[in-house]
Design a protein around this ligand. Structure first.
Ligand SMILES: [Zn+2]
Length: 210
């Protein structure tokens, strides 16, 4: 019977509590505290780089299963993610659900598009997955691309929602972790005011001292 229980868990995914998700991310260095200039230009005391946790296949698989579990009650035919940040997680969510994973990426004109022969069948029920929602821009674009291709986006999921409740997607949305981290324009940044200098991690993620 244990074997059956394992199989069911594998199929439906394994839920994770937000505290568990946070701990996993912190242990992998994917969430760091300091003084950062984000790609938006805003300053924040917290920086998130999901690639640092997703680089470990066992963590990626566990998080993918947990995110898949959030959608156990809906039928999904395909997972679609925005490249590059959503690709690994989307792949793992698709593995947990037992469907295929595709991604959208910029074409030569700079527009998000399905390339590489990826297709969405008419009325395919698509789950859009990405790593972090800040404005949700990549998820909005992925939804648009999938729907233009004829698919039906039934829900969207992310590892982290750092929109502070402001994100309003046109579909059901679930994130494993709500990260309520304020960010400030430079002139209003309390960390700058206290005399420290912001680190610009970008996609290289400079090592920072705590
Ligand atoms: Zn600052």
């Amino acid at each position: 019977m244990a074997h059956l229980a394992d199989r069911l868990r594998r199929t439906w995914g394994l839920p994770m509590r937000p505290e568990e998700v946070l701990k996993l991310l912190e242990n992998a260095g994917a969430i760091r505290q300091g003084h950062f200039e984000l790609s938006s230009g805003l300053h924040s005391a917290t920086y998130v780089q999901c690639a640092l946790v997703l680089q470990y296949p066992e963590h990626a698989e566990k998080l993918g299963r947990a995110l898949a579990a959030e959608f156990h009650d809906i039928k999904v035919d395909c997972v679609a993610s925005p490249a590059l940040g959503g690709v690994i997680l989307g792949h793992e969510v698709a593995r947990a659900i037992g469907v295929h994973a595709i991604f959208v990426e910029r074409n030569a004109a700079g527009q998000m598009a399905l390339r590489r022969g990826f297709e969405v069948k008419p009325n395919d029920r698509v789950l859009v997955v990405e790593d972090v929602w800040t404005t949700g821009g990549s998820t909005f674009e992925t939804i648009r691309v999938v729907e233009q291709a004829g698919g039906r986006v039934v829900a969207a999921g992310a590892l982290i929602d750092r929109s502070r409740g402001r994100l309003e997607l046109p579909v059901r949305a679930e994130a494993l972790l709500d990260l309520d981290v304020p960010s400030y324009p430079t002139v209003e940044c309390p960390l700058c005011r206290s005399g420290s200098e912001a680190v610009k991690p970008g996609s290289h993620f400079a090592r920072v001292s705590r």
